[in-house]
Design a binder for this molecule. Sequence first.
Ligand code: AMP
Length: 203
Amino acid sequence: MRLVLIGPQGSGKGTQAKIISKKLKIPHISTGDLLRNLRGELKQKVDRYVNRGELIPDELMIEILKDRISKPDCKKGFLLDGFPRNLRQAKELNKLVEIDKVFEISIPDEEAIRRISGRRNCENCGEIYNINTSPKPKQDGICDKCGGRLYQREDDNEKAVKKRLEIYHKETEPVLKYYNTIKINGKQDIEKVTDDILKELDV
Ligand code: AMP
């Protein structure tokens, strides 16, 4: 099963990707995470774009993605979160593998900004909280799970979020027309969104 989740920042696509991939026992490939986990010179190059909320160059992104999906754990399928983000990436992906289903999770821009500007990540275990929505941490700035410090991603500030949404509308929305997407309403409870996706997968 090869799946793609597309949605603006804050649509809950990363949260759903985690739940669905676990359920289907396929790897969750978040290109944002792949880039954040880079090290050294490449990391420095990539960070210049990521921190400003801009897309990194296609050639580089496609190479990183190709490398990841050629790993043995992807043989029985995978779930892509954050790729493809423009038509060129979609066409390149099409040359590499056949995608079974593409989900489009939608939410209005105001809601996306509210959710993203409240997002806080644990610097230790990676757990994600939201001080504007949920789950809120029990103690301000501290991870419930491991006691680690919570921080705000550099590209989650309002200016970068607006830029990322602008790019989404301009570059990623044409990808939705390229695929025959399954539309999911992202402005519902997490559990309801998961149910709506699973219904389409017959699991
Ligand atoms: P995300 O965690 O999916 O919001 O991605 C964070 C950042 O990583 C984006 O704002 C881009 O700078 C970069 N990025 C992630 N996926 C891609 C992609 N498919 N193409 C280009 N840049 C990407």
